[in-house]
Design a protein around this ligand. Sequence first.
Ligand code: PNS
Length: 166
Amino acid sequence: MTRTDSVVAIYPGSFDPITLGHEDVVHRTLRVADRIVVAVAHTATQSKELLFTVDERLEMIREVFEDEGNIEVTSFSGLLVDFARDLGAHFIVRGLRAVSDFEYEFQMAQMNRELWHEFETVFLTPDAKYSFLSASLVREVSRLGGDISRFVSPTVLQRLEEKHGE
Ligand code: PNS
């Protein structure tokens, strides 16, 4: 792993779409890292029905963090370990909302370390008010006409409304 003066974290995920819980994890990461790269994966481990294209997700995330110079937004294909190594990142960060997240996260962290022994995963817990929040629930509630304005940034809310033809 390359060491540089500034500490760089990668926050990988599907972000379909980015929620206030994700945003909270990004800002918490910047308490322990100088720079964070929010990385939208072209390939997710758990198969899911995606609502937004990778480009749409990137646009939304860039809009959310547009004024924050230490937050970079990109996408990656292939293995996360390869992306992290190429970038010279010091660790990846994942949010842990509840014990139910642990098994999946633990498996991924261990597999990633098998693939690259220097790989470090740091788990951060979002604010308790986001502990129930997931992108899949946001998609579903939005699709069924519920109010999700408390759970996503205005730009994401607008995109969801456009998708669902409101
Ligand atoms: O938000 P998600 O869908 O839970 O994020 C999962 C993600 C994207 C971090 C994971 O699927 C991933 O790392 N995908 C890249 C491909 C890869 O490296 N797979 C092996 C993981 S052990």
